[in-house]
Design a protein around this ligand. Structure first.
Ligand code: ADP
Length: 407
């Protein structure tokens, strides 16, 4: 069946090692095609593509960077014989995930040269992410010069943080001149699950106090008061907050000086240690940063794996307590992302482990918590004062919605 003009929106998430895409039909938000180019810059780069009738195809791709990956994806989608939108006019717009918008970006925006300059200016703040994000935008512009393109920033949802939540206790000029402050990340996911929570609870978001726990390979926790992010656990970079797959989370910054003075470590070595060799991977010592492997190791008696999980859970429990204080109340805790959606065990440990959270009015129903969950589900017991929700996140859909709202 031919696809009507301006009836679809494409979402592009261009990273350094993979470029993901999803093509939505606007009318009903159906996914017409989705996939990614993965292992960019490595051997065996490939395009994994699910399109017509859900058939999944994988094919080798000679691709060296994000720009080439985006061009390949668009060729695949618009191919005259096999493409799902051979009619290029079928696109109404393209939404791009952009990690860092710095101080100047407070919401999603239509991309023009000034926005590209801002993304460029923020490369110092997100050196691994903003360059491929920009390359993806420019690749799309080269093929569709007249099509509206929208940038949806990971940091934008947190632009509402009050000064007392985003400032660090450093000399003020480091904030004023070097823009060193808390930015927060995963904003698209926190925004999406907050709105879905309000829909599910049938209450206006403007009257809700939520704590959204995005627990994935990277984890961040956000206090969402009346629909606005008022505090979040990630900071100047995604390194701050809880321990994660390979990141150390919050530590005393003096540890860095100690490593430099006593271990003669260089900046790059410390960067690698804190970002790539810490967290679950560094603590559990099982050669995996995957939460499933760490939990399995804990269950076979591995003490270090248990220590990693206990620390993770304890930190999340502390954020929940802190954000109840920050908002002076709470209506619901939301769990999302790989671990939050799929691990009843971690949710159980957060709610019931150590001393539990019942003082806050949080009580888990273990049967509801153990069931497989594929859409918004409440898992609190009948006598719980607060709601506990599991909400599968969908950052691509959120980007598509924000793109449509602007074009
Ligand atoms: P990313 O931050 O890369 O987007 P995801 O949100 O996809 O990450 O989450 C990936 C994490 O989710 C991995 O650590 C993986 O172990 C974890 N995960 C996925 N399924 C489960 C599960 N059933 N139990 C525990 N952890 C899980």
């Amino acid at each position: 069946m031919p696809i009507a003009d301006r009836s679809t929106v494409l979402v592009v998430n261009a990273g350094s090692s993979s470029v993901k895409f999803t093509l939505f039909r606007i009318e009903d938000e159906a996914v017409l095609a989705t996939g990614m180019v993965e292992r960019i810059g490595l051997s065996a780069t490939r395009l994994v593509y699910t399109g017509h009738k859900d058939e999944k195809r994988t094919r080798a791709a000679a691709v060296n960077n994000a720009r080439e990956a985006v061009l390949l994806i668009i060729r695949q989608l618009t191919d005259a014989n096999q493409g799902i939108i051979p009619n290029r006019k079928a696109l109404a717009g393209i939404g791009h995930r952009v990690v860092h918008g710095g101080n100047q970006i407070h919401q999603s925006v239509i991309i023009d040269d000034s926005i590209k300059n801002i993304i460029q200016d923020c490369i110092a703040l997100a050196p691994l992410h903003n360059p491929p994000n920009l390359a993806g935008i420019e690749a799309c512009q080269s093929i569709f010069p007249d099509l509206a393109q929208v940038a949806v920033f990971d940091t934008a949802f947190h632009a509402t943080l009050p000064e007392y939540a985003y400032l660090y206790g450093l000399p003020y000029h480091l904030y004023a001149e070097d823009k060193i402050r808390r930015y927060g990340f995963h904003g698209t996911s926190h925004a999406y699950v907050s709105r879905e929570a309000a829909k599910y609870l049938q209450k206006p978001l403007s009257g809700l106090k939520l704590i959204t726990c995005h627990l994935g390979n990277g984890s961040s926790i956000t206090a969402v008061k009346n629909g606005r992010s008022i505090d979040t656990s990630m900071g100047f970079t995604p390194l701050e907050g809880t321990i994660m797959g390979t990141r150390c989370g919050s530590i005393d910054p003096a540890v860095v000086m100690h490593l430099m003075r006593h271990h003669q470590m260089t900046v790059d070595q410390i960067d690698r240690l804190l970002n790539k060799e810490s967290g679950f991977l560094g603590l559990a010592k099982i050669d995996s940063s995957d939460a499933r492997d760490v939990i399995a190791a804990m269950d076979t008696g591995n003490q270090q794996a248990a220590a990693a999980i206990n620390l993770y859970v304890y930190q999340i429990r502390k954020y929940i307590g802190a954000y109840v204080a920050a908002m002076n109340g709470l209506d619901a805790v939301v769990f999302t992302a790989g671990i939050g959606e799929n691990s009843p065990r971690i949710r159980e440990l957060i709610c019931n482990g150590q001393d539990g959270l019942d003082h806050l009015g949080i009580r888990l129903d273990s049967d509801k918590n153990s069931a497989a969950i594929s859409r918004t589900t409440s898992i609190q017991s009948d006598d719980s004062e607060l709601k506990l929700l599991v909400i599968p996140t969908d950052e691509a859909l959120e980007i598509a919605r924000q793109t449509l709202a602007l074009i």
